[in-house]
Design a protein around this ligand. Structure first.
Ligand code: GLN
Length: 237
């Protein structure tokens, strides 16, 4: 952080904002403020330039048309690629996640992505809809991830990108085996829910990366109830 205010940029809410992904912004702001870390939330519409000086960039889910448009605009804008180069945190969900790869398929056409994650997406045989969960890559030291998925795409990771979840226990995720990806501080996932409400340790990991500090403890009474409820729901899937 170059100033004492943590700047959270929510990218293109007018195009990429399905399934309550805005909650990820609210969760990050709330969990930071509760630790006396001041935040500034920047809503960046698709007709605006993406700020170059944010600390965390959030890119949400979307339908095929808006997703393809968002990818074109983000490539032309250049700020996200620069942010990744500068070690800023980027958290992307579903359509936003596919955009981080080298290419994706939307409405039957192949589109270029930002290439910040070494992966490609194409279409699967059916839509993946429902609960998605699994144990996290040990290097990240987080509890299991849970969330809701709804996507037609399938994602294939290259060698430069590790899976967030090497083996899903429920749902489809990337390709019925792995789920999500990360490289440096660029993270992507198919988890809606919103993901950071359902996986508060992941929220804190992003905040710790962005601030370079260890975070004070947080009262997890409500978050652990939500997690327990959602993990119990998996038993019915
Ligand atoms: N359009 C993409 C797909 O269906 C992403 C969907 C989403 O973001 N929920 O694969």
């Amino acid at each position: 952080m170059s100033t004492s205010i943590l700047r959270l940029a929510w990218i293109y809410p007018d195009l990429l904002s399905t399934y309550g992904d805005r909650g990820n912004l609210l969760v990050l702001a709330h969990r930071a403020e509760s630790r006396q870390i001041l935040t500034d939330s920047l809503l960046v519409r698709s007709d605006q330039a993406v700020p170059r000086e944010a600390d965390v960039y959030l890119v949400g889910g979307g339908e095929d048309g808006p997703q393809a448009l968002a990818a074109e605009k983000l490539i032309a804008d250049g700020a996200l690629a620069q942010a990744a180069d500068n070690g800023k945190v980027i958290f992307s969900v579903c359509a936003g996640y596919q955009i981080m790869g080298t290419s994706f398929v939307a409405s039957g056409n192949k589109h270029a992505g930002l290439g910040l994650l070494d992966m490609t997406s194409d279409r699967g045989p059916s839509r993946a809809v429902g609960e998605l969960a699994g144990a996290v890559h040990p290097q990240l030291g987080l509890e299991s991830l849970t969330g809701f998925e709804n996507h037609g795409g399938r994602t294939y990771l290259g060698n430069e990108t590790a899976a967030l979840v090497p083996q899903v226990s429920h749902g489809i995720g990337n390709d019925e085996t792995t789920e999500g990806a990360w490289r440096g501080k660029v993270v992507g996932t198919y988890l809606h829910g919103p993901a950071l409400a359902r996986n508060p340790q992941l929220a804190d990991l992003l905040l710790a990366w962005a601030t370079g500090t260890e975070l004070a403890p947080f009262d997890e009474t409500w978050t652990s109830q939500l997690r327990a409820e959602r993990l119990a729901a998996l038993a019915h899937h």
